[in-house]
Design a protein around this ligand. Structure first.
Ligand SMILES: [Zn+2]
Length: 244
């Protein structure tokens, strides 16, 4: 179990200073931060969130950290900064200022290779692990974010154990399987089906070809035309094999 050290140290002081400058320029209401040398994460909190609000998140992250890093065979992870907003408008405004686009409905995203940004919800611990899995994928291939989106999300969904039973999905039950192209549609134009099928998609790859195949897919930006392993994936007939 990881506890949060509330004693001010130099790193925390610097984060507070940077956060204060950021706050002045963006008119955020409040900022709080936490960091310990023993953990892999810094937290920067906005909108009156307090350190007590993030203890579950910190614990969940540390619980899953080594497993995800080992699964994706990453040797060195950078220290990760996690920024959390309680006000959704502030979360979206920062997103738009940074990315030039609003993803309405999104509750988390990564910024660069070592920063996670989240909106505070009841599911924030899982969302944080999901975004962390994205950052670990980037250590395998820095060009993997949303390229392709089906693989980018499937890896994070699998590593976060976000399983949805395919038998509950009408389009799977009726054999109207999504294509990889459909699952790779941009968030704002997507039906978001990737979030429903991503876990089982990756699970099939892992059980059939192992994690080495997942690493190879990430390294090649989802190149499924490498025989003999990935031919069946291109048609997504695998849903018929594993679900029904
Ligand atoms: Zn994601």
């Amino acid at each position: 179990m990881t506890t949060i050290n509330t004693k001010i140290n130099m790193r925390q002081l610097i984060i507070l200073m940077i956060s204060t400058i950021f706050c002045l320029h963006s008119c955020e209401i409040g900022t709080n931060s936490s960091d310990t040398e023993e953990t892999h994460f810094d937290f920067v909190l906005y909108d009156d969130l307090s350190l007590s609000d993030i203890s579950d998140i910190s614990e969940e992250l540390e619980y899953n950290y080594q497993r995800i890093v080992d699964d994706l065979q990453v040797k060195n992870m950078p220290h990760v900064t996690i920024k959390i907003w309680a006000n959704y408008d502030n979360f979206l405004e920062t997103m738009e200022n940074s990315l030039g686009v609003r993803y309405e409905g999104a509750t988390g995203y990564i910024f660069g290779s070592s920063e996670i940004r989240l909106y505070y919800t009841a599911h924030i611990s899982m969302a944080t692990v999901h975004e962390f899995a994205h950052l670990v994928s980037m250590q395998v291939n820095s060009r993997i974010p949303n390229n392709p989106r089906w693989l980018w999300e499937a890896v994070a969904l699998y590593e976060t154990r976000e399983f949805i039973d395919p038998k509950t999905l009408p389009y799977i039950v009726s054999s109207d399987y999504p294509t990889l192209s459909e699952l790779s549609t941009d968030f704002n134009n997507s039906d978001h089906n990737i979030y429903a099928v991503g876990y089982v998609l990756l699970e099939y790859v892992v059980k059939t070809w192992g994690m080495d195949a997942v690493i190879m897919l990430i390294e090649t930006n989802g190149n499924i035309d490498q025989p003999p392993m990935f031919g069946p994936l291109s048609k997504l007939g695998l849903f018929g094999l594993i679900c029904i």
